[in-house]
Structures are given as structure tokens and as C-alpha cells.
Design a protein around this ligand. Structure first.
Ligand code: HEC
Length: 132
């Protein structure tokens, strides 16, 4: 009772703390994902094509369809639609998932690291730097 009278807003406070915590956790995962993306920046950027295609607006896009990038036939005809699931599977082992792809990268073997990386890709591919 005393506690209740003294802290009437405790439920709200608790809720706020819980929400903040999950937002912070998501931020932390994305930070880890950003670090993992260091494995990609030799060939990719979000806004520009490099050796690999740009990563802006990746989610929901059919694989191999970024304009002005020359893909392998394997990627071009794959009809894969990029989502959290397909990115996770592709990035675990690109050549197993898509035999014939010209992405010369062994894959991200650690599943936690891969999950954080995918979250980072999802978030970043729709960020301000990707606005037309
Ligand atoms: C050695 C260079 C290289 C590295 C390193 C690399 N990629 Fe790629 N990536 C490519 C190339 C080249 C393609 C086009 C592949 C094709 O046409 O088969 C590609 C294609 C992709 C695609 C398909 C995009 C589309 O437009 O459909 C995704 C997604 C992707 N890479 C993600 C990543 C991520 C995430 C990393 C880091 C973990 C990474 N790549 C590391 C070269 C690279």
C-alpha cells in the first residue's frame, strides 16, 4: 500500500523501462550487425554498386534486379525475394544456397552474427541514405 501511494506511476514506469530496454536491445543488435557488415564493404555499399550490387531497398525486392548491375545468370533467374529468411539462408552459405552466384564470399557461419547482420540490412536498406 505504502509503495503504491508513494509510487503511483510505478506500472507506467515499469512499462516505459521495459520498452526502453527492448529498443536498446534492438539498437545493440544493429550495432553488432553494423560490425558484421564490415565483411561486406569490400564489395558492397548501400547507396552505390561496387563489385557487388547496392543494398538499398533490398527487402521485398526480387534477387538480381537492381538497375545497372550485371548479375550472374544464377542470381538473375533465381526468383528469390529478399526477406529476413532468404537473406539469412543466402548469407549462411551463398554458394550452397545459390550455386553459380558470382558472390565470392564464404558466408557468415555464426547464426547470431548473421541474425544481427540481417537486422542491420533490413533497417539500413530503408534508411535516409537510401532515399532517392
Ligand atoms: C568478394 C565480394 C563480395 C563480398 C565480400 C560480399 N558480396 Fe554480396 N555480392 C557480390 C556480388 C558480385 C554479387 C552479385 C552476385 C551474382 O550476381 O550472382 C553479390 C550479391 C549480393 C546480394 C544480392 C543482391 C541483389 O541485388 O539481389 C546480397 C543480398 C548480398 N550480396 C549481400 C552481401 C552481404 C550481406 C555481404 C557481407 C556479409 C556480402 N554480400 C559480401 C560480391 C560480394
Amino acid at each position: 500500500m505504502f509503495f503504491r501511494r508513494k509510487f503511483p506511476g510505478q506500472a507506467t514506469l515499469l512499462l516505459t523501462l521495459l520498452i526502453c530496454e527492448s529498443v536498446l536491445a534492438a539498437d545493440a543488435d544493429r550495432e553488432a550487425g553494423k560490425l558484421a557488415y564490415n565483411q561486406c564493404i569490400g564489395c558492397h555499399s548501400f547507396a552505390y554498386h561496387r563489385t557487388g550490387p547496392k543494398h538499398c531497398n533490398l527487402i521485398g525486392r526480387i534477387a538480381g534486379t537492381a538497375k545497372n548491375f550485371e548479375y550472374s545468370d544464377a542470381m538473375h533467374i533465381s526468383r528469390v525475394v529478399w526477406s529476413r529468411e532468404t537473406l539469412n539462408d543466402f548469407l549462411a552459405s551463398p554458394l550452397t544456397y545459390m550455386p553459380g552466384t558470382s558472390m565470392g564470399f564464404i558466408g557468415v557461419k555464426n547464426s547470431d552474427q548473421r541474425m544481427n547482420l540481417v537486422e542491420y540490412l533490413v533497417h539500413q536498406s530503408e534508411s535516409d541514405q537510401c532515399d532517392p
